[in-house]
Each structure stands twice: as structure tokens, then as C-alpha cells.
Design a protein around this ligand. Structure first.
Ligand SMILES: [Fe+2]
Ligand SMILES: [Fe+2]
Length: 195
């Protein structure tokens, strides 16, 4: 497989990721309680639509079609965001969970674009590099804006009184069980005595 083929796969993955985000960002915007955070997600949705179009231009340059790969990674990250939206936390603590999920999506995208840019640079695909750099800088700016918007939210969340936890859902129970398995399977030398 030539590097250009690896790049096309990587870009198809990103194209799927961006399309998935076009669907997911309105849910984050609707779910967020904090006005600034809501606005940020709404603004980034518009940027994300532009990124989808920019990626189409990249595929035109490469003479390839943009579809062909589903991004499982982004599906997982978005699923974590959906979990955050289901939490029965109130106000700032609810938003604090969303902030974590949103930052994960941005950093996943940043990693994808950094990898694709390095490949395109190696192949001397200057126009492709330039288009991908534009998407990358929007992702980096989005991550910075989320971090900045999170500051007052986290502060307010820290001041919230602790709430009584309700019973765990079936999904939460399954997740808790899997986390114990993850720990057990990791490595024998990391084994800890159960408390
Ligand atoms: Fe994006
Ligand atoms: Fe993004």
C-alpha cells in the first residue's frame, strides 16, 4: 500500500468523523446549560460544515471519492458525549461532563489532521496540506475556546453541593463491570490487591 493510499484512508476516516460531528454538535448545543458553551458548539457546527466541504475539495485534488470509511473512533467518542448528556447532574456539573466529551472530540480531530498533514507533506501535496492546515487550526482554536469556557463552569461546579446518586442504569453497570475487566487484563505486574 502506497503512502497516498494510507492518506486517502486517513482522510476518509476524517470525512466520516466530521459528518458524524455535524449530527452530534447540535445535541451538545441543545444539552449544554451554559450560554457561552451553547454558543460555542453552535459556532463550531458551522465551522464543521465548512470542514466537510474543505475535505471534499481535498478529495477532488486527489481524484478520489470522500466516502468509503466509517470512523469507529469518532463514533466511540461521540457515544461518550451521549453518555455525558444522559447524566442526571445539575447545571455546571452537567456541563463539566460535556466539556470533557467535547474536548475529546477536538483532540481526536487534531490527531487525525496532524497525521494526515505529515503524510501529505511527505508526498509534496502542497494544496492538500494547506486545506488540512485550515481545518487543523479551527480544531485547535475550538479546543482552546472550550478550555476557556470551561473555567467558570468548573469553578461553579466545584461549589455545587454533592448530590445523592440514584441507582445505576444497566448501561452504567455494564460499563463498571468492563472497567474491572480492563484493569485485570492490563498487565500482571499492575495487579493491585482489591480493597
Ligand atoms: Fe472538525
Ligand atoms: Fe472540531
Amino acid at each position: 500500500m502506497a503512502l497516498q493510499d494510507v492518506l486517502v484512508d486517513e482522510l476518509r476516516d476524517m470525512y466520516s468523523a466530521e459528518n458524524q460531528l455535524v449530527k452530534a454538535l447540535p445535541k451538545l448545543a441543545k444539552g449544554a446549560k451554559d450560554k457561552a458553551l451553547k454558543q460555542l458548539f453552535t459556532d463550531h457546527l458551522e465551522e464543521t460544515k465548512g470542514q466537510v466541504l474543505r475535505l471534499r475539495t481535498v478529495f477532488e485534488h486527489l481524484g478520489e471519492k470522500p466516502t468509503g470509511e466509517h470512523c469507529n473512533g469518532m463514533e466511540g467518542v461521540i457515544e461518550e458525549g451521549a453518555d455525558a448528556l444522559e447524566k442526571d447532574e445539575e447545571g455546571p456539573s452537567f456541563d463539566a461532563g460535556i466539556v470533557g466529551a467535547a474536548l475529546r472530540t477536538e483532540h481526536y480531530e487534531i490527531a487525525g489532521y496532524q497525521a494526515a498533514i505529515a503524510m501529505a507533506e511527505t508526498l509534496g501535496l502542497d494544496e492538500v496540506v494547506q486545506l488540512l492546515e485550515e481545518n487543523l487550526s479551527e480544531e485547535e482554536a475550538a479546543a482552546e475556546k472550550i478550555t476557556a469556557a470551561a473555567k467558570p463552569i468548573l469553578k461553579a461546579s466545584a461549589e455545587q453541593p454533592a448530590e445523592k446518586k440514584g441507582p445505576k442504569s444497566a448501561k452504567e453497570k455494564y460499563s463498571a463491570k468492563k472497567s474491572v475487566e480492563d484493569e485485570k487484563k492490563a498487565s500482571p505486574d499492575l495487579r493491585r490487591k482489591s480493597a
